[in-house]
Design a protein around this ligand. Structure first.
Ligand code: PLP
Length: 372
């Protein structure tokens, strides 16, 4: 049997990694500035993380969520403490799309409504409801579920005020649009969403799957604007490579048996991985590192001539050129041995580990500057 070939693949086979370094099967070393779509938050194969998973699998790898799993409580407590959302509740799933499915479903149960407001260039995943709120025609199957979805321009506060009404179930948005090209939500936009949802009894869902977990220099991006959503979806950096996702749910929602459910969500191994991630983020001050090195990287990039636009916050940075970036990315990968990401054709997307060093960023800056 062969795999179903739906992704373009580089002819590189990573077999080992540590921190921000990857090695392939020929022993070639690479600098990772992409972290597999923002997944690597604390660095590859962090020893404390590896130990936590190894110890857990040796004791108990999996049992159903019909029994007590104290690791879930420990994860919720530490997540509340580090994110500051201590009065929110945690529901665990396995991926970003699944987190958003649960967020939308919960909002609909709560309001009894169906209309959803989402944004152009947004991306929320590829399962049915998640793809319905994603404005990218290339990933929509003939059977699509967006009959209830209205797409508005991102960062258009007036459009939000005009569109949210008594029939609106939820507004779903990313604090920084990732796949759509690293567009940062303005404070005014965030406030408009919050106020419109409050005025009409709609639910504010903040998709933090890519921009959350410290990447922006705060735990969640909405904390830059002082606005609090009702549901926050998370995944990617949460498990540093171990598949885990979830939603944080404001106290306004009442939990009832059967409302949400899952087989794998919140399993022992995923919780052990996610707890280790939070412990390392805290003990190594990685959110502060993301803020400081993000500011440094942005300032240094501004000195390089030939960039059309720089966007982002913390360690989520988009470098837009006035031409396709494919060739430069391939040179960075095959000549300088550095992984970067892309958004659209013209934007390089940088999503390094939150533990990246200034020396690693300097290596990237020197290599990148050569090609402009
Ligand atoms: N939401 C956002 C903002 C994302 O960037 C992604 C993935 O890139 C998703 C949701 C979907 O996450 P997953 O691929 O884990 O289902």
């Amino acid at each position: 049997m062969n795999t179903f070939h739906v992704y373009p693949l580089y002819n590189i086979t990573p077999v080992k990694a540590l921190g921000s370094t990857l090695w392939d099967d020929k022993g070639q070393e690479y600098l990772d500035l992409y972290g597999g779509h923002a997944v690597i938050s604390i660095g590859h194969s962090h020893p404390q993380y590896v130990k936590a998973i190894q110890e857990q699998v040796a004791k108990l790898g999996f049992y159903s969520n019909s029994v007590q799993i104290p690791l879930q409580q420990e994860l919720a407590r530490k997540l509340g403490e580090l994110s500051g959302l201590e009065d929110f509740a945690l529901f665990l799933a396995n991926s970003g799309a699944e987190a958003n499915e649960n967020a939308l479903k919960l909002a609909s149960f709560h309001t009894g409504r169906k209309k959803i407001i989402a944004f152009k260039k947004g991306f929320h995943g590829r399962t049915s409801a998640a793809v319905a709120v994603t404005d990218n025609p290339s990933i929509k199957a003939p059977i699509n579920f967006d009959e209830h979805v209205v797409f508005l321009p991102f960062n258009d506060a007036e459009a939000v005020k005009a569109a949210v009404d008594e029939e609106t179930c939820a507004v779903i948005m990313e604090g920084i649009q990732g796949v759509g090209g690293i567009h940062v939500a303005s404070d005014e936009f965030m406030v408009a969403i919050r106020e419109a949802c409050d005025a009409h009894g709609a639910i504010f869902i903040h998709d933090s799957v890519q921009c959350g977990y410290g990447r922006s220099g705060k735990f969640f991006t909405f904390q830059h604007s002082g606005v609090q959503p009702d549901i926050v979806s998370m995944a990617k950096g949460m498990g540093n490579g171990f598949p885990i996702g979830g939603i944080l749910i404001s106290p306004k929602f009442e939990a009832k048996f059967g409302l949400l459910g899952t087989t794998f969500g919140g399993n022992h191994l995923a919780c052990a991985a996610a707890i280790a991630v939070l412990d390392v983020i805290k003990s190594e001050n990685l959110i502060q590192n993301a803020a400081e090195l993000g500011t440094y990287l942005m300032a240094e990039l501004k000195k390089i001539p030939g960039i059309k636009e720089l966007r982002g916050k913390g360690l989520m940075i988009g470098i837009e050129l006035d031409k396709p970036v494919k060739e430069i990315r391939e040179k960075l990968l095959f000549e300088d041995k550095m992984f970067t990401g892309v958004a659209g054709a013209n934007t390089i997307r940088l999503l390094p580990s939150l533990a990246i060093t200034r020396a690693d960023l300097d290596r990237f800056l020197a290599a990148f500057a050569k090609y402009l």
